[in-house]
Design a protein around this ligand. Structure first.
Ligand code: ATP
Ligand code: MG
Length: 170
């Protein structure tokens, strides 16, 4: 219950513009490596890797960016079968920096892709699987990325896997 309350409080604060950002220059490659090491310690039973990391920097609140990536990794772990693979990598193009969290899990159908960023929304199948969770992770991710000037793109195919892509200005 506590976690639910703090998640809701965060979204509400972000809604009314009451989040204090400490923007710094972030080395994306270093940040991804750090998060990968942390995730490996959790012994998730999944393969966690980084297929490529271009040297790139973004201006954002580092604890916010960590939280964002963790939300996507948390989902990638939950919605991937045993021995699933999670690839976290970055690249830059045309003044944008892309941070990609890619899994080969259950995937999300085209129809559901519009809904999953809504508060408390969970795809039926994941509800049945008793994965735990209330459906706030992606709603929070949307708030956090908004206040940091980032965008979230989603590429997913049912049964094949998903890529959640954070797009920052370089
Ligand atoms: P919470 O994050 O609050 O613990 P949750 O994981 O169910 O709960 P969200 O993170 O907001 O909530 O995700 C919403 C729904 O989107 C999930 O219930 C799941 O159905 C779907 N989803 C999210 N990420 C993935 C993914 N990587 N693969 C497949 N489905 C996903
Ligand atoms: Mg989640």
């Amino acid at each position: 219950m506590n976690e639910l309350v703090s998640k809701l409080l965060y979204i509400t604060r972000a809604d009314i513009g009451e989040v204090h950002l400490k923007k710094t220059k972030i080395n994306v490659q270093e940040l991804i490596n750090e998060i990968i090491e942390e995730t490996k310690l959790m012994e998730t039973g999944k393969i966690i890797c980084s297929s490529s990391n271009e040297i790139c920097y973004i201006e954002a609140d580092i604890s916010n960016v960590k939280e964002l990536i963790r939300i996507f990794i948390d989902n990638a772990i939950k919605y991937t079968e045993k021995n699933g693979k999670i690839d976290i990598y970055s690249r830059k193009n045309n003044g944008n920096v892309y941070i990609n969290i890619k899994d080969n899990g259950i995937g999300i159908s085209k129809e559901e892709q519009e809904n999953i960023f809504d508060r408390f929304y969970r795809v039926d199948k994941s509800r049945n699987k008793e994965t735990g969770g209330v459906g706030l992770g992606l709603a929070i991710a949307k708030s956090i990325s908004n206040v940091n000037g980032a965008e979230i793109k989603l590429e997913s195919e049912l049964g094949r896997g998903s890529s959640f892509i954070l797009v920052f200005k370089e």
